[in-house]
Ligand binder design. Structure first.
Ligand code: IMP
Ligand code: MG
Length: 174
């Protein structure tokens, strides 16, 4: 079967995602009440998660987008698309699809802190601690997952599968 038609098995269902995202939105709304909140969506992987998450948050916020190249070897993380808004004095909540080694996010958090926000916080849909190289503080986490490669709900395999409404694992035999 050709690549984009590989079968997937469901690891986290659409219903589980919906429930958890609502709970995260509730917690974020409480924690950042009366604060100036900027939600930073990291493209492309967290686009779908962010779209659902911000609609589960019921306090005023600025939504901004950033695209970075992943951390490779000794290279620094490159900004492909920067924020359009100032974050100085604001509470920044970075929304990520999955924390794997932690290297990309560790670098990005340092870079954003240099712009003098009041705080930089991290919300990740998925946490895969098995492959962590650098410990980073995760304030909000959707689900901890085992050491498997996952697709769907924004996450890709060679740019495909982002549109799956669930988190799935690619079946090796299909
Ligand atoms: P790291 O934490 O610096 O290793 O980078 C994690 C990034 O790699 C994530 O933001 C994803 O874009 C990508 N990634 C890691 N694991 C997966 C996966 O299982 N499926 C899809 N993308 C992944
Ligand atoms: Mg990513």
């Amino acid at each position: 079967m050709s690549f984009p038609e590989k079968k997937t098995s469901i690891l986290i269902s659409a219903e589980q995602l919906e429930q958890r995202v609502k709970a995260l939105g509730c917690a974020i709304s409480n924690d950042f009440k009366d604060k100036s909140l900027t939600v930073v969506c990291l493209l492309k992987g967290s686009a779908i998660f962010t779209a659902d998450l911000v609609r589960a948050i019921n306090i005023p916020l600025i939504l901004d987008f950033m695209a970075i190249s992943s951390y490779i070897g000794n290279d620094m993380v490159k900004i492909v698309k920067d924020l359009d808004t100032e974050i100085a004095g604001r509470e920044v909540l970075i929304v990520e699809d999955i924390i794997d080694t932690g290297l990309t996010l560790n670098y990005l958090m340092k870079m954003l802190r240099a712009r003098h926000p009041s705080g930089v916080h991290l919300c990740t849909l998925l946490d895969r601690p098995a492959r962590r190289i650098i410990e980073i503080p995760i304030k909000y986490c959707g689900f901890e997952i085992p050491d498997v490669y996952v697709v769907g709900y924004g996450l890709d395999d060679q740019q495909y599968y982002r549109n799956l409404p669930f988190i799935g694992v690619l079946n090796p035999l299909t």
